[in-house]
Design a protein around this ligand. Structure first.
Ligand code: SAH
Length: 204
């Protein structure tokens, strides 16, 4: 999977590639879809939600530029797969999930791999999570009409945010880097995510 779908498409950060090799994706996918765990697709995880395509997980991880000492926030824990990959690359990860049953799934999946530096928080991630802020990186893994200000407020100086921004069906992957009062944007192509539903996202 890593060689054909990820390295071949230009992901080159060695730490990101190593983390993608270490985390078994099938652990995060319920049967019968676990048979397809190493295919180049998003897959259903129940409750109408999906685990992202492996290439997109690798791309978003690389765009975040994670460092070993980083404190990172993820919005949209889903299966916990992206969180597991990030757990290998940063010091501490907080991941938020609005559907309690999905948060439990993420927690169980992470525990089954013995991952201890990830905290799964039940709640609306469009408001961030002030208790563990500021964050060196924030990754939004659900589609948002715009990037909630609460999130950029919780970024540290020099911190980076990556998010799919746009319509409900199709979005563009955007990064923002916080430099003083500025947020420097970069665009990284089209993606398709399930909607971010909450106070500063979609209504439902
Ligand atoms: N990162 C996940 C995939 C995310 S799917 C993985 O690795 O598997 C998007 C997830 O975001 C869904 O589980 C959805 O319930 C959740 N979500 C949507 N809106 C949210 C919000 N406002 N706060 C927290 N989670 C949200």
């Amino acid at each position: 999977m890593v060689e054909r779908q990820i390295e071949a498409r230009g992901i080159c950060n060695p730490r990101v590639l190593a983390a993608m090799r270490e985390i078994p994706r099938h652990v995060f996918i319920p049967p019968p879809y676990d048979q397809s765990a190493y295919d180049d697709n998003p897959l259903p995880i129940g409750n109408g939600q999906t685990i992202s395509q492996p290439y997109i997980v690798a791309l978003m991880t690389e765009l975040l530029c994670p460092e070993p000492s980083d404190n990172v926030l993820e919005i949209g824990a889903g299966s916990g797969y992206q969180a597991a990959v990030l757990s290998r690359l940063v010091n501490k990860l907080t991941t938020m999930e609005r559907i309690p049953a999905v948060a439990t799934l993420a927690r169980n999946n992470l525990t089954s791999l013995g991952i201890q530096n990830v905290e799964v928080i039940d709640g609306d991630g469009t408001q961030g999570y002030l208790q563990n802020a500021p964050y060196d990186g924030i990754m939004v893994t659900a589609a948002t009409p715009e990037i909630p200000k609460a999130l950029t407020d919780q970024l540290s100086e020099g911190g980076r945010l990556v998010a799919p921004v746009g319509g409900r069906d199709i979005q563009e992957l955007v990064t923002l880097e916080k430099q003083g009062d500025l947020l420097i944007p970069e665009h990284h192509g089209g993606v398709r995510f399930v909607p971010l539903i909450g106070k500063h996202g979609w209504e439902n």
